[in-house]
Design a protein around this ligand. Structure first.
Ligand SMILES: [Ca+2]
Length: 234
């Protein structure tokens, strides 16, 4: 057999092996990229079974059905009327109420449902341990088209903060919270009042170990060697 023919066969075999190895390598890299990006699952934090509400004070005493802290998690935003059985009231010109989600999550969105007679400048803060707090926002109830649902008197009245919104609705990304606290400063024009709070968030992404460059190279060489042996055996 002429030598140039042997050479051509050798080149074709080498090219075939390299093309297969490249395809496998691309698949390996694509697979690593796919599994390395852990998707964030949005959760309704305020409807989690573990979610509970507590307050520094309640108008008729915390634990009384009317104006208790638990009323901010009863899925009634005021549509059943201003009955006291669906809202929290601090009982003085200030006060705070907070939600414990049961575990820490990264916040994506917060909705506050107020009553149209209550403006009340407030501040929102977040904590992962219940003792160290991070300021999230300051604001006041207002007519807010971004609210998902109507509240008292069928009005969308309250406040919304969201990582995908800007301006007065902006929420900084990456805020971790097990506790979300709503605080009305002392000397406020009305008693502290909140009909409902809703929050969405997701679990913080756990770091996913990815193969190092040398491991990837070793995997590529292994595939190359296997294909070469397979070619020779054929
Ligand atoms: Ca409520």
């Amino acid at each position: 057999m002429p030598s140039h023919s042997l050479s051509a066969r050798t080149w074709r075999a080498a090219l075939w092996t390299l093309s297969k190895a490249s395809a496998v390598s691309v698949a390996l890299v694509a697979g690593v990229s796919f599994f390395g990006a852990a998707p964030a699952h949005a959760l309704d934090l305020t409807t989690l079974p573990a979610a509970t509400a507590t307050a520094g004070s309640c108008y008729l005493g915390c634990g009384h059905a009317a104006y208790d802290a638990s009323n901010i998690l009863d899925d009634d935003r005021g549509l059943s009327g201003n009955t006291g059985l669906n809202s929290w009231n601090s009982g003085f010109y200030g006060g705070w109420v907070q939600v414990d989600f049961g575990s820490a999550y990264v916040l994506d969105r917060i909705e506050l449902y107020g009553g149209t007679n209550y403006y009340n400048p407030f501040s929102l803060s977040a904590s992962v341990d219940g003792s160290s707090w991070t300021a999230i926002a300051t604001g006041g109830y207002h007519f807010e088209s971004q609210l998902s649902q109507p509240g008292l008197s069928g009005q969308k009245y309250g406040a919304v903060y969201d990582v995908s919104l800007s301006g007065g609705n902006a929420l900084a990304s990456g805020i971790e919270a097990r506790y979300l606290r709503y605080t009305v400063g002392g000397g406020s024009p009305q008693w502290g009042h909140l009909f409902e709070v809703e929050a969405q968030g997701h679990l913080a992404a756990a770091p996913v170990p990815e193969p190092s460059g040398s491991l990837m190279a070793a995997a590529g060489l292994g595939v190359l060697g296997w294909l070469s042996r397979r070619r020779r055996a054929g």
